[in-house]
Write a protein that binds this ligand. Structure first.
Ligand SMILES: Nc1ncnc2c1ncn2[C@@H]1O[C@H](COP(=O)(O)OP(=O)(O)OP(=O)(O)O)[C@@H](O)[C@H]1O
Ligand code: SF4
Ligand SMILES: [Mg+2]
Length: 321
C-alpha cells in the first residue's frame, strides 16, 4: 500500500446561518495517498469546496482531524500553520475572479511569495518566476501583461504558477477547468497531469461531473449533501458503481469503453436542504431503493469490496474486513 499523505477523520464544517445550522461537510473521513489524485465529485452545493478549504484550514473545521504526514494540522498554532501553508495549496475555479486585475503576471506570481514571507533577493524572485512560468507553459513575453489581456487558459496557468512557486506537496484543484472553453480544458488537464509526474504532487481534484475527473483521478469520492457516499478506484466507479446516487450520476454519461448499456436514471425531487438535515440516509428522499431503516439510520461509509467503500444499507452484512 502506498504512503498516506493526508488522512481526514470525521471532518465536519457547519455554518451558523439565520435559518439554522448548515451542515456543509458532515462527518467525512478519507485518505489521500502520496502522488495520487483523489477526485471529489457531486452536485452543486454538496460540500466539495468546503471540504477542500476545511482540510487546508482556509475554513476552520467545526470538528475532526486532518493528518498531513501523520501530524494533525488542526492542532497547529499560527506559526506552525504558516510554514505548513506553503506545502498545501489551492487552485480556484475561476482564474479571473481569483486574480487581482491590477497586478501583472510578474506581481501575481511574486505576490504568492510575499504573502508567505518567503522573500528572497529580486534576482532570485525573477529566476523563480521565470522557472514556474516555464513549468506551466506561460510565454515569458507575457510577464508584464495583466489578467484581462490573457485568455482563460493562460489565466488559469497563472493560478497554477502561484501555487507552484511555493513548492507545495499537496494541491486542492477546485474545479480548475470548469470555467474554461472545452478546447482549453484538455490542455490544462494535461498540464496538471505532467506537473504531477514531474514534481511528485498529490492532488484533490474537485468537479461537478464524473467525465472531468475520470481522466485524471486514481480514486474517486462521490459526495452528496455533505457526506461521502462512495469511494473507490476510478475504474470501479465506472464499472461497478454500488451506491444508488453514483449509479444515477453515471447513467447520465455514456461510457462505451466499458461496453455497458446504461439506462438513464432520472432522480426525482431536489437535493434536500443542508440546514438541520433529518436523521437517516441523506439520499433517502430521492432513492428508488429506500427501505425503512434508511429513514432512521445514517449508513456509514464502510469497505464492501476490495478498496471499495460505500455508505448504503443495501450492502449491510457484506463488509469486507
Ligand atoms: N461561508 C459560508 N456560509 C454559509 N454557508 C456556506 C458558506 N460556504 C458554503 N456554504 C454552504 O455550504 C454548502 C456547501 O457549499 P460548497 O461551496 O462547499 O459546495 P460545492 O459542492 O463546492 O458546490 P459548487 O459545485 O456549486 O461549487 C452549500 O449549501 C453552501 O450554500
Ligand atoms: S441507504 Fe437506503 S436510502 Fe440510502 S442510498 Fe442506500 S438504499 Fe437508498
Ligand atoms: Mg465549489
Amino acid at each position: 500500500m502506498s504512503d498516506v499523505l493526508m488522512e481526514v477523520k470525521n471532518l465536519k464544517k457547519y455554518f451558523n446561518t439565520k435559518q439554522g445550522m448548515l451542515h456543509a461537510v458532515d462527518d467525512v473521513s478519507f485518505k489521500i495517498f502520496k502522488g495520487e489524485t483523489l477526485g471529489l465529485v457531486g452536485e452543486s452545493g454538496c460540500g466539495k469546496s468546503t471540504t477542500g478549504r476545511a482540510i487546508l484550514r482556509l475554513h476552520e473545521p467545526t470538528s475532526g482531524e486532518v493528518y498531513f504526514n501523520s501530524e494533525n494540522i488542526l492542532n497547529y498554532n499560527k506559526t506552525q500553520m504558516k510554514a505548513m501553508r506553503k506545502k498545501l495549496q489551492i487552485v480556484f475555479q475561476d482564474p479571473y475572479s481569483s486574480l487581482n486585475p491590477r497586478l501583472s503576471v510578474y506581481d501575481l506570481i511574486a505576490d504568492s511569495l510575499y504573502v508567505n514571507k518567503d522573500v528572497v533577493s529580486k534576482n532570485e524572485i525573477g529566476e523563480q518566476i521565470s522557472y514556474v512560468m516555464d513549468l506551466v507553459g506561460l510565454e515569458k513575453r507575457l510577464v508584464n501583461s495583466f489578467p484581462h489581456e490573457l485568455d482563460g487558459g493562460r489565466r488559469q496557468r497563472i493560478g497554477i504558477a502561484r501555487a507552484l512557486i511555493l513548492n507545495p506537496e499537496f494541491i486542492v484543484l477546485d474545479e480548475p477547468v470548469s470555467a474554461l472553453d472545452v478546447s482549453i480544458q484538455a490542455q490544462v488537464l494535461n498540464l496538471l497531469d505532467e506537473l504531477q509526474n514531474e514534481l511528485g504532487l498529490t492532488y484533490m481534484f474537485v468537479a461537478h461531473n464524473l467525465s472531468v475527473v475520470k481522466h485524471i483521478s486514481d480514486r474517486i469520492a462521490v459526495m452528496y449533501l455533505g457526506k461521502i457516499v462512495e469511494l473507490t478506484d476510478y475504474k470501479n466507479i465506472f464499472a461497478d458503481p454500488l451506491h444508488p446516487y453514483t449509479q444515477a450520476l453515471l447513467s447520465a454519461i455514456p461510457i462505451p469503453k466499458y461496453g455497458l448499456e446504461r439506462k438513464r436514471i432520472v432522480l426525482e425531487g431536489d437535493v434536500p436542504s443542508p440546514i438541520n438535515p433529518p436523521p437517516g440516509c441523506v439520499f433517502y428522499g430521492r432513492c428508488r431503493e429506500r427501505m425503512d431503516i434508511c429513514k432512521e439510520v445514517s449508513p456509514k461509509l464502510d469497505v464492501k469490496k476490495e478498496n471499495h467503500f460505500v455508505a448504503c444499507h443495501l450492502y449491510n452484512g457484506i463488509d469486507q474486513n
